[in-house]
Design a binder for this molecule. Structure first.
Ligand code: NAD
Length: 367
């Protein structure tokens, strides 16, 4: 029997509600997949500030260091909005966690079930069969972090600002590695997105990705696309993509574009993977819903638990290598939607169910 040791950080707003559902589902799926979960819950975000004076309390960080993965809810809310920017829950909790665990790979699945295709802002015929695209974004390099990065005063009295876009081949290799692993679990197609007609970093990106895939995964189908075209193609025909591999800034923009064309934040999960291998030989990872704490519906049994549940499935897949158990959870979510169960965010005026009822429906469809 395998033991999964991960830290649970429910956070604020709807976090604790949807986390409860995800843990229940993990426990049940473990019974038929030979694993047990060993987890403890810790304050983070606003709860950390209120109870420990810190959005990422030392006790929480220590618990994460001893775990093989982090299952994260979401943080923040009106109560903490007036704090100085550096103390804001999202910035003061998530950024240090990314840094501490060198989370360099961000995986954002864009999933839209055909039954929910009306939620997409795209034309019905474009998304009638649903969307299933995975965006793999490099998260710690590129123009957001490159030095020098400053605003300076010129003698002329003008100011100038500089950001530096910089990538090393080793950074490109390791994110390509993650994309290869993910593509092998999917249809085997990777579309690498860059701006190699203008940017030196993109020329290197294209070269390193091409060589690595040719050398280590020749069975995969690799294509390249310029980022301006990719942004257009995503709205024109998202289904042409299976896995998009891209650098930090392009991924920031394209993954949000993908999220919006999928229609509901309550359905979208995400994973951030790090360098460190965990006790099972898989990457340490932080798994969280794409949406925030939804303060407007918190504590009312209205939140859609699917994003948190699907984040738990990603954790099984990438940090514990439990592909079948992950797929089982994803199928149970899909079957619940197919059977007509809808939380208020995806109901479009039709009768809806609460967080607990949706969780129960998923549990019943695990077998
Ligand atoms: P939000 O994602 O919390 O909410 C936007 C809209 O989507 C709301 O109408 C909300 O009700 C709905 N929504 C989101 N998730 C849902 C779910 N699971 N089920 C049903 N409806 C859902 O974004 P916001 O309102 O801009 O931010 C609210 C708070 O969350 C802010 O404090 C913000 O800083 C924080 N936030 C945190 C994270 C994070 O922890 N990673 C991410 C985004 C926002």
């Amino acid at each position: 029997m395998m033991t999964l040791n991960f830290s649970t950080l429910p956070g604020d707003g709807i976090g604790p509600e949807v986390m409860g559902t995800a843990l229940e589902i993990l426990r049940q799926v473990g019974e038929s997949h030979d694993f047990v979960i060993e987890t403890s819950s810790h304050d983070v975000g606003g709860a950390g500030i209120d109870n420990h004076g810190d959005a990422l309390p030392v006790s929480t960080l220590e618990a994460c260091r001893e775990a093989d993965a982090i299952l994260f809810g979401s943080v923040g809310g009106p109560k903490w909005e007036n704090l100085p920017p550096k103390e804001q829950p999202e910035r003061a909790a998530l950024l240090p966690l990314r840094k501490e665990f060198s989370l360099y790979a961000n995986l954002r699945p864009g999933n839209l079930f055909p039954e929910l295709s009306d939620l997409s802002p795209l034309r019905h015929e474009t998304v009638a069969n649903g969307i299933d695209v995975l965006c793999v974004r490099e998260l710690t390099g590129g123009v957001y972090f490159g030095q020098p990065k400053e605003t300076r005063d010129l003698e002329s009295g003008e100011q100038e600002a500089i950001d530096t876009m910089i990538y090393r081949s080793s950074e490109i290799e390791r994110i390509t590695d993650i994309a290869i692993t993910a593509a092998r679990l999917r249809s085997g197609r990777i579309c690498s997105v860059d701006k190699a007609n203008v940017l030196e970093t993109s020329v290197l990106w294209r070269k390193v990705v091409s060589e690595k895939v040719a050398r280590e995964a020749p069975e995969l189908e690799l294509s390249h696309m310029y980022v301006d075209n990719a942004a257009m193609q995503l709205v024109r025909d998202p289904c042409q993509f299976d896995l998009i591999l891209t650098e930090n800034m392009f991924g920031d923009i394209l993954s949000d574009e993908l999220a919006v064309i999928c229609g509901s934040l309550g359905m979208l999960a995400s994973a951030s993977l790090g360098v460190r291998k965990n006790g099972h030989g898989h990457p340490f990872g932080l798994y969280e819903p794409a949406g925030g704490t939804a303060p407007d519906i918190a504590g009312k049994n209205l939140a859609n638990p699917c994003a948190q549940v699907l984040s738990a499935a990603l954790m099984l897949r990438y940090s514990f290598g439990l592909e079948e158990a992950a797929a089982r959870i994803e199928n149970a979510v899909e079957r619940s939607i197919r059977d007509g169960l809808r939380t208020i965010d995806v109901a479009q005026g039709a009768p809806s169910v609460g967080t607990r009822e949706m969780g129960q429906a998923i549990l019943e469809r695990l077998d």
